[in-house]
Every structure is written in C-alpha cells, then in structure tokens.
Write a protein that binds this ligand. Sequence first.
Ligand code: SF4
Length: 379
Amino acid sequence: MKLTFPHMGNVSILIEDLFGRLEIEYITPPKTSLRTVRLGVRYAPELACYPLKVTLGNFIEGFESGADAGIMVGGVGPCRFGYYAETQRRILNQIGYKVPMFILEPPLAHPLKFYRTFKKVAPKKTLRDLYRTIKVSWKKARYIEMIEKQVLQNRCYEKVKGSTTKARKKAINLLESAFLEKEIENAYQEATEIISSVPKEEFDAPKIGIVGEFFDLLEPFVNFDCEETLGNMGFYVEKSVYLTDWLSPGGKNLIAGHSADEVARAAKPYLSHFVGGDGRPTIGHTILYAKHNFDGVIQLMPFTCMPELIAKSILPKISKDLDIPILTLVFDEQTGKAGIQTRLEAFADLVTARRKKGFKPRREIIDWLDNKDQDLVEV
Ligand code: SF4
C-alpha cells in the first residue's frame, strides 16, 4: 500500500520524515500548482472551502502518480474541517479512485480511532515506536519552522534582492536531508549561519503581522507567497501560525508561541467564545501584534471560511479602537496574483506613511484591555 497526502507548506517534509522512519510506503504528490487547483475545483462542490478543493487536487495528483490509498487528518469541529476526509473520500470514489482513505483523528480527542488508523498504516510498529519517531521528526519540523521564521525577519534587510530566498532553500535542504538527531542539530546550526550570513543593510523596518486561517497561512502557493512579497517590499514580517507552535506552543515565538488560552484571553474583549477554525486566534493575534507595536496586520482567509468571516467582521472595530491598519485578503480559485500584489502595495504605502508620521497602536487602550478582568468564559 502506497499512501498519499495533501500539501501544506513544509508539512510534506515532516510527513516524509515520519513515514520514512516508520517504514510506511508513500508517494508525495507534485507540489501544489495551478493544475492541482483546477483538478480540485472541477470535482469539489462550488461552495466548499478553498483548502478542501486544493487538497482534493493534491490527492488526485497523488493517485495519478501511483498511490493507492490516502491519509488525511480529522477534526473536531465546529467548522467544516472535520468533514474534509469523508467528503474527499466520496468525491474520489465517484470519479473512479476507489481507494481507502485513512483518517487520522486528533489523538487527544479520539485516542482509540487514532490508534486504529495508526495500526492500519503501520501494522508492525508499536506506540513506543511511534513516540520515538515523532520525537525525532518533531525536532526536525521545529528547526525548519525556526529557520522559516528567521527568513521572514531577515528578508527585508538583505542587500541583494533574492539572496535570503536562495539561502532559505539551502538551509531547508540541509535540514531535510539530516536523519540522526545529532545530524539534525548540526544542520540547524549550519542553516542558521547560512541565513544570518546573508549581507544586510541596517534600517528601522516597518513591521507587519500576518493572521488568519491555518492552511492559507502555511501554503505559499495559495497565498501567492505574500510573506516573500512583503519582505521584498522592505517589511519585517511575523506570522501567527506555525505547525509546531500550534501543536505545542513553546513560548519562543513572539506571537505564534502563545498558548491557545493566552490567545483566547487576548481576544476576549472582542470575541469571548470559540467560533471554530482560527476565528478567535485571528482576533487574539491581532491584539497581540498591536501590543507589540506592529505597524499593520494582514488577515488571510479562504473564501467561504465561516470562522474567518466572523473575525473579519470584528477586525474593523479593533482597527479603529487600537489605531492599527488591518487588511483582509480572501483567496479562492478566482484570486489572481496581480490583484493581491496591488492590494499589498497600497497597504504597504499606508503603513509606511503612518510610520513616517509616528503613528503607533494606542497604548492606553491596549493597557486598559490588558487590565480588564479577563477570566475565560467558554460559551
Ligand atoms: S477553518 Fe475555514 S476554511 Fe478551514 S475548514 Fe473551517 S471553514 Fe473551512
């Protein structure tokens, strides 16, 4: 049995590493492209979330490449993510891919289901093997994301356009090919040196924070690599979502390192309950950016994403109260790179002009929000 899986930024590196160590046969689908999107759009319901369409396209391309089973993560609601795997299985079945689809449920919410799926895809391995494997693969994933973070924060200072992107490729390749724990650690040190040795200029770069839906933030093909575009425009960029921080917030990353409770507490004055997906974190992270004196925030969301729509309707109030510019970019198969580029340029002009005039988020309101009674009340 050869498993295939969908792409989401660097997640394929983690999955390949994990499957390789667990001796699970797999086929990585081609990187997400326009063809992937077209395939997904052709077969998915028109109003399905955009990530469902893109990942459906990944599965089709994986099966075309020779895979004969799929694996997808499950979810616990209340948004539509929990239905992805079953919806995709049915669509794939209807278009002729009568292959098994394994659903990896979140282990804490559904431990038994998680265990059963694990035993089906890796029958010879024990939970102890899984634990040991995850420990090493996790380290690799964490280091890769730490490098990605350094790239975002350094690109704006580079002397030669494109040098950070080149260095990033080299650094990620190094980490990707490391296998033993010691090799991974050495590769990380080397990768950090590669990024930090890119020649830089010194200036006070304006800061932009990115918030929004998980998939849109992590998959550069879907968001037209707007992080790189912003970096090339001379902005220091921080992202609120990293896979490893999301699963285990180490506290090390300025925004993404906060635990779910801390983010919920920050969001509470504007949104006091969970609305599914990343709706509440989008609000909490935006407030945290303002607290850290960022010059602007950009929300990325897929078309028809309910939790992000809720957040989008609250963001103008936050923007007004805290005096921080916020831009929302919506992505689907109709979105074009030129449209996104134009909106980013207009936003960049606004943020730069405000910074020149010395505008900052309103400290007195942020402090007042901070000091309010913020005990969490789950609704
Ligand atoms: S978070 Fe949004 S895009 Fe993702 S599954 Fe939920 S509704 Fe769809």
